[in-house]
Design a protein around this ligand. Structure first.
Ligand SMILES: [Zn+2]
Ligand SMILES: [Zn+2]
Length: 334
């Protein structure tokens, strides 16, 4: 973090504690905290991410980003800036060795929720879907297929959230994606030549591929580094331990690439995300694209998908666990 011997450019009273390279501002601790909260609120208001009567599921993994989001949303609720909405905080437990560490955060999350009068629950993937991430991973690996744990974990976590949304009648799921995550997503889509994924790129995704419930991301215009600094300034405990599979994740490399690019252009992440948003809007308006990437229903579970079978069902099928999984799903409320 930059420490500068100068006054805050906003209040002109207190010493600056952070130099925001993207705007050239020098900010004191208080003005910095306010700038982050204002940005989240502006994003919520400008994009109408929260509407009266919403039943929002707030996904909290226990990582710093999600704790910061919970902290800010709780504050908005306490101050009645957010009203007439129901917020249900939840953690999806992937039941991996690493999840145990994440779940150590439960008491911190629970305390934050209690203070804001929010409900908090932990849901195991195996309870929601009838199968576990680990058994799908092991079985697919046993068949000699080289698949990343992060792919399986991501797809099944997403599926589990959809299942949960149905059970809790959620109108949307709020996630803590930040500017870095979103810039990485744009680059991943480009590098994998996957234009169709831009159709579901944005601050709010509509009926998404493989999801019935819109996802809203009020922190997607905030750089990861500033979220970490917000956590530090507000005393949110950061006991980050990296996911053991992080190096397998294609996003890992992009982190360094983006940091390198940012040294030359402090606004590069914002520009990449903004480009992704423009492209997304353009694609939505294109008739050819609408037809090409029209959604169908998964033959197995009925989720929206661009293929015959959604990614989650495809993975479960590859693992030979379909019976167990379908059984668990059909015995649910549907
Ligand atoms: Zn200030
Ligand atoms: Zn499916």
């Amino acid at each position: 973090m930059h420490t500068v011997q100068r006054l805050c450019t906003r209040c002109r009273k207190r010493p600056a504690a952070y130099l925001r390279a993207s705007s050239g501002e020098a900010l004191c601790r208080q003005c910095f905290i306010k700038s982050i909260e204002d940005k989240v609120l502006r994003t919520i208001r400008d994009y109408e991410l929260v509407r009266s009567g919403d039943n929002i599921g707030l996904a909290v993994s226990g990582g710093k980003d999600s704790l910061v989001l919970l902290h800010i949303i709780s504050k908005f609720i306490r101050k009645k800036i957010l009203r007439d909405v129901k917020v249900q905080v939840f953690t999806i437990d992937e039941e991996l060795e690493y999840s145990k560490h994440k779940l150590e955060r439960q008491s911190v999350i629970r305390k934050m929720c209690e203070e804001a009068g929010l409900s908090y629950n932990v849901y195991k993937i195996s309870e929601l879907l009838g199968i576990s991430v680990e058994e799908v991973y092991n079985r697919i690996r046993q068949q000699g297929e080289n698949i990343h744990m992060c792919t399986i974990c991501g797809v099944l976590r997403r599926k589990a959230m959809n299942e949960l949304a149905k059970r809790l009648n959620l109108t949307k799921i709020m996630t803590a994606h930040n500017l870095d995550d979103e810039a990485q997503t744009v680059l991943l889509n480009v590098f994998s030549n996957d234009l169709k994924r831009f159709k579901w790129f944005g601050v709010e995704t509509g009926e998404d591929v493989e999801s019935f419930v819109p996802r809203v991301k009020p922190m997607r215009f905030i750089r990861e580094e500033e979220i970490a600094l917000y956590a530090y300034f507000t005393g949110i405990p950061m006991l980050e331990r990296e996911c053991p599979y992080v190096r397998e994740n294609p996003r890992y490399f992009l982190k360094f690439l983006l940091a390198e690019l940012e040294r030359k252009n402090p606004n590069i992440k914002y520009m990449i995300v903004s480009f992704g948003d423009s492209l997304s809007r353009l694609l939505q308006e294109t008739e050819y694209f609408r037809r090409k990437v029209s959604l169908r229903r998964c033959r197995i579970c009925g989720s929206p998908t661009t293929s015959e079978i959604c990614r989650a069902c495809d993975l479960v099928m590859k693992a030979g666990l379909l019976d167990k999984y379908v059984l668990a799903n059909t015995s649910g409320e549907r």
